[in-house]
Design a protein around this ligand. Sequence first.
Ligand code: BG6
Ligand code: MG
Length: 211
Amino acid sequence: MKAFIFDLDGVIVFTDKFHYQAWKKMADGMGIYFDEKINNRLRGVSRVESLEIILERYEGEPLSAERKAELMEEKNNTYRKLLSTMTPADVTDEVRNTLKELHERGCKLAIGSSSKNAKFILEKVELLDAFDAISDGNNITHSKPDPEVFSKAGEFLGEKPDNCIVVEDAYAGIDAAKAAGMTAVGIGDAFGYDKADVKIQTFSELLKLAE
Ligand code: BG6
Ligand code: MG
């Protein structure tokens, strides 16, 4: 049976709005222009790379490493406050039932997320037990489009890359999956990405890949 590796933000849960609000608060405080289009570029990339993208519009003196660390902490504190309002109702029945069905069919399931908050989110929505392994921002040194997060997820599951199917909403995530030698399924934003091997409009279409 195939093994599935899921990106978290934008695939299992929709935390983009919280990332946006938290970065927006930080950017407004610094007088930096930030909008949803720029926020889209942050999909799948690490916290530190996200900050650098936002700082492209910063016109002040260069910031020290300490100041950048402070800004990331400020953003993460706001983000975690927003995340703490999440409940199991933030995962659709379709997602929950599809994960359950894939497990029942004998597929192994993992998370492959750049986020250091992945376990916190999974606890809030009560999905921690739905996965056999979690590879996240805490066990990687290179973020998507580097394949590391997915390669590690495959290792944690004990599966070879060619048996792994990655489900992603970010272009950077599709590139990472391909670089890992895995099958890449595009959903959401990545539905429009031609490098995805398979494109799905709705989560339950994954069941067709596990027959
Ligand atoms: C990814 C998001 O899942 O996690 C990115 O798509 C985010 O937008 C990255 O920058 C890192 O998240 P966190 O929670 O570690 O700040
Ligand atoms: Mg994502």
